[in-house]
Ligand binder design. Sequence first.
Ligand SMILES: Nc1ncnc2c1ncn2[C@@H]1O[C@H](COP(=O)(O)OP(=O)(O)OP(=O)(O)O)[C@@H](O)[C@H]1O
Length: 264
Amino acid sequence: MSESHNGTAPKLTIEVKDLHKSFGGQAALRGVDLVVPEGTTCVLMGVSGSGKTVLMKHIMGLMRPDRGVVLVDGEEVARMNEPALNQMRRKLGILFQANALFDSLNVFDNVAFPLRERTQTPEDEITRMVKQTLEKVGLSHAATRFPGELSGGMQKRVGFARATILQPKILLYDDPTAGLDPLTTAAVNEIITKGKQQLGATSLVITPDVASAFGTADNLALMHEGQVVEYGPPDHFKQSQHPEVKAFLRNWLRRRSEQRPPPA
Ligand SMILES: Nc1ncnc2c1ncn2[C@@H]1O[C@H](COP(=O)(O)OP(=O)(O)OP(=O)(O)O)[C@@H](O)[C@H]1O
């Protein structure tokens, strides 16, 4: 493990302190505070437009804050130059809504891509690593298939294999279960939990799927109008008296009962 700039042991945490960001005078983040401790999974929830993706983009170094700091692994993201940013991003496994698999590459080559692109790993070692990773996600049999020939859930698993082949210590997921059926959603949630167990990764997950959130999170954070208004483990959250949490959960329960088919 390397040492961070201040000489202390690196902390594989994500820390966000008083983060502000506006676009054309419109505040998107209004003083976000959030800590995702090492090896834990935090699920970020909140209605559309509450600032979840903007926060995630600051963590990835894709946006610069107007005020406040984001520390990844103890280092301030906004102070990193391009090489440092690239190095920081190697610690991140990023799994977004669209899997962004390469349609023209088979499963094996998709998963091998980060190793070939970012490392000098010899081909025989790449073969060993990809085979091992595909085995972990239950896709050994699909190595020669192309993304177009896979189900949505299998594509997600390939995306996960590719995002984790460099053994990232921090995993970022943006809406990983979007558009998936309940069975595949359960498989993706298992993948998220596995990411924590197999890699010991620190994970931040954005999802509108509250049931998944309660199943996978060590801590939940609710964003409302550019701030984290509640944070804590699922039990704390369920019992929260915060008006925004109560409204959010009430809404979710209402939508869920509307979506259920009427009894026969
Ligand atoms: N690049 C940008 N330029 C201008 N405004 C932006 C930009 N990115 C985000 N915003 C605004 O910032 C606010 C927060 O957006 P953000 O995408 O973080 O919401 P969100 O909580 O992720 O929503 P959703 O759940 O719909 O993805 C919104 O009002 C959005 O219009």
